[in-house]
Design a protein around this ligand. Structure first.
Ligand code: OAD
Length: 235
């Protein structure tokens, strides 16, 4: 811990990649694993353009359920620890695969929400984006401008990541000297490749996960929960 803290303090550019595991202790289920969201739902039935075309009410029902769940929970010590780290580092970037908005809520600023944000909706016709925290969304929310169907502003399976976000993420992987990979199973591309891009470019790689996913790649693996470990290494 002490030598890792020193390493972080001496770093010029810390990059953090987070996944569902960082929100686990807030009470938000992860996607994979025994209690994961994908255990009872097939990703293709709920998080794909084809699913939305087939049954938009079902897809919206799932997102309304997740919005209500997230709204009832709070950020945890890991989200909050990263805010303190950002304030201290000369250069810092956070890339999250999470759509819960918790990093922003905690106060993270230099942040790329790679898979979108559950509190944003996008018009399927005119592309208008709307931030919305309404707990009582209609079954099928509609665009105020053109009345077409709105969809969650989330990157679904089979869709591409925003080109600027992807470019900035890859640049950060190449430029950082220390990367913290927290709470991701590292199976969904392109984020799954970010750690190896950073490592190949010479970064020191640290993974925090109770069930590590980067074995063989990371320089240090801290086996445990993000909310317990992050404060210990950043403070
Ligand atoms: P996963 O559900 O695939 O993986 C969650 C990871 O968090 C696992 O490696 C767990 O071991 C770890 N974990 C669990 N509890 C933890 C804790 N308390 N502290 C730290 N780590 C913990 O979630 P992601 O890797 O984020 O995409 O999944 C990537 C993408 O797949 C998601 O963004 C989502 C999903 O399908 C979309 O919906 C587009």
């Amino acid at each position: 811990m002490a030598s890792l803290r020193q390493k972080i303090s001496a770093s010029k550019f810390v990059l953090v990649l987070s996944g569902a595991g960082i929100s686990a202790e807030s009470g938000i289920p992860t996607f994979r694993g025994k209690e994961g969201l994908w255990k009872n739902h097939r990703a293709e039935d709920l998080a794909s353009p084809a699913a939305f075309q087939r049954d938009p009410k079902l897809v919206w029902a799932w997102y309304r359920w997740r919005r209500a769940l997230i709204a009832s929970k709070k950020t945890n010590a890991a989200h909050e620890g990263l805010v303190r780290l950002e304030a201290r580092m000369p250069r810092y970037q956070l890339i999250t695969q999470n759509v819960d908005g918790f990093h922003g809520l905690a106060g993270s600023r230099k942040m790329i929400e790679l898979h979108g944000n559950i509190w944003r909706m996008r018009c399927t016709s005119c592309g208008e984006k709307i931030e919305n925290h309404d707990p009582d969304l209609p079954e099928l929310p509609r665009c105020l401008k053109c009345e077409a169907l709105l969809r969650p502003d989330i990157v679904w399976f089979g869709e591409g990541i925003n080109a600027n976000d992807l470019e900035q993420s890859i640049q950060s992987c190449r430029a950082c000297d220390l990367m913290l990979v927290i709470g991701t199973s590292a199976v969904v591309q392109p984020a799954a490749s970010f750690a190896s891009i950073a490592k190949e470019a010479g970064a020191y790689l640290v993974e925090i996960n109770p069930v590590p996913s980067l074995s063989g790649l990371s320089d240090v693996t801290l086996v445990g929960k993000a909310a317990e470990i992050v404060p210990k290494i950043v403070d």
